[in-house]
Design a protein around this ligand. Structure first.
Ligand code: FE2
Length: 428
């Protein structure tokens, strides 16, 4: 063996297992491995997880907070306008430098696969070229998948179709869209049809920003599911955001959910963004805006969570922490039962990996050894604490590590060291 991790807990609840790695792959998951390895890590009963996967991000806009100014209204539309002001001033070097800096943060957080949308509504395709360079640079330690995203509207922006096709020719691998931003419902539906046809012709995946609005009549997800069936794209299409579903009529949703499930369209919610951008036109009560995650899951739809934005025109917060994303999802969707918390963990790991079509993902023998050991006993504690990432492993090699997170107390008569992860609920 090249690497052995001993005494690990796994996300499925199995405990005290050793994981053996040869080269870049897991070869054994057993109670006590007799073999030895030059690198051995004692996980001491902490959680060993497959690496986190961010199913929805914008790497071309990240870390631009304040350029050229902050979003005052906090709305999606001011964010898009602000990005429009920033776009002409972007340079390739600046995009690459910020994206690489974000990937460093991601690695430190055990986030080793990101699907990033890249704005193609710029005739120079500056961001596309820059992120293709970044994709190559980070390939040894991070899987970056790019989506051709017509931010200003596929039909609304006169050169978007031509630019999108050019981006795909350059190697961008997923077809994006933004039907709710077109000028009419009809134009939005037409864009969904055309974009799905492009994906079908080229054998590509689809991931559209879809119905990112509080308008309950924004129903492009229905067209997306129907086109997926018409073009036999089942399992290759994703609707991102789907926030209008939050506000839809319940009868209509009861008809829509089976259609989405039947079409094999996956859903991505972005809890941090949805809870801050949506409901901005409400007084009180204010809608939460996030799509109907538990209901989608119950209908058999694959649901993942994305970070979407970090320190950009739409969102000033964030730190590449997918546990923070899951933590927000638990709260916004009220997914507080033990099984629902487990589902939220899957939404930032295995469900997201399935949407990205990541090969050999997981902790079984034969899977790629892309893993993170957390300072937490289980998934619940990992989300509760947004736990420290002790070791991050890519292809069988430790690529990041953090010292144990402890607080030194100066209190007479009390233990000096406080470890939050050592506070376990009493066992029955
Ligand atoms: Fe997005």
């Amino acid at each position: 063996m090249d690497l052995i991790i001993r005494n690990a807990h796994l996300p499925d609840g199995r405990k005290d297992l050793d994981i053996g790695v040869v080269g870049a792959h897991i070869v054994a998951v057993e109670p006590r491995l007799a073999a030895t390895a030059p690198t051995e890590i004692d996980a001491t009963g902490q959680l060993l997880s497959p690496a986190f996967v961010d199913a929805h991000f914008h790497l071309d806009a990240t870390l631009t907070l304040g350029l050229p100014r902050r979003n005052q209204s906090g709305t999606l539309l001011e964010g898009i306008a602000l990005w429009g002001e920033l776009k002409p001033t972007l340079t390739s070097d600046a995009i690459i430098e910020r994206a690489l800096r974000y990937c460093d943060l991601a690695v430190a957080r055990g986030l080793l696969a990101i699907r990033s949308h890249v704005d193609i509504c710029d005739d120079r395709l500056l961001a596309v070229q820059a992120l293709l360079t970044v994709k190559k640079r980070v390939a040894p330690y991070l899987d970056l998948q790019l989506v051709a995203f017509p931010q200003d509207g596929f039909y609304r922006s006169p050169t978007a179709e031509q630019n999108l096709l050019r981006a795909l020719d350059l190697g961008v691998e997923v077809v994006g869209g933004i039907p709710h931003f077109e000028r009419s419902m009809a134009a939005g539906a037409a864009s969904v049809r055309r974009l799905c046809e492009i994906a079908a012709d080229r054998g590509l995946l689809v991931d559209m920003h879809c119905d990112e609005t509080d308008d309950p009549l924004s129903r492009h997800i229905e067209t997306l599911a129907a086109e997926t069936k018409r073009l036999h794209l089942e399992g290759r299409v994703t609707g991102s955001h789907l926030t209008s579903m939050h506000s839809m009529d319940n009868y209509y949703v009861s008809k829509l959910l089976p259609l989405i499930a039947d079409s094999g369209v996956a859903a991505i919610a972005n809890p941090l963004i949805n809870i801050t951008l949506q409901g901005r036109h409400d007084s009180y009560p204010k809608r939460r805006g996030m799509t109907r995650v538990p209901e989608l899951l119950a209908a058999g739809v694959n649901v993942a969570f994305g970070h979407d934005c970090v320190m950009d025109p739409w969102y000033a917060f964030g730190s590449a922490d997918m546990l923070e994303v899951a933590h927000m999802a638990v709260h916004v969707a009220q997914m507080t039962s033990e099984s629902a918390i487990g589902q939220c963990y899957q939404a930032i790991t295995s469900n997201a990996a399935q949407i990205l079509h990541l090969p050999d993902y997981g902790l079984a023998p034969g899977c790629r050894a892309d893993m993170v050991i957390l300072q937490a006993a289980d998934c619940f504690e990992a989300i509760r604490l947004k736990a420290n990432r002790r070791w991050v492993i890519k292809g069988g090699r430790v690529i990041a590590e953090s010292p144990p997170q402890l607080s030194l107390l100066h209190l007479p008569g009390r233990a000096a060291m406080l470890d939050f992860s050592a506070i376990q609920p009493p066992s029955a």
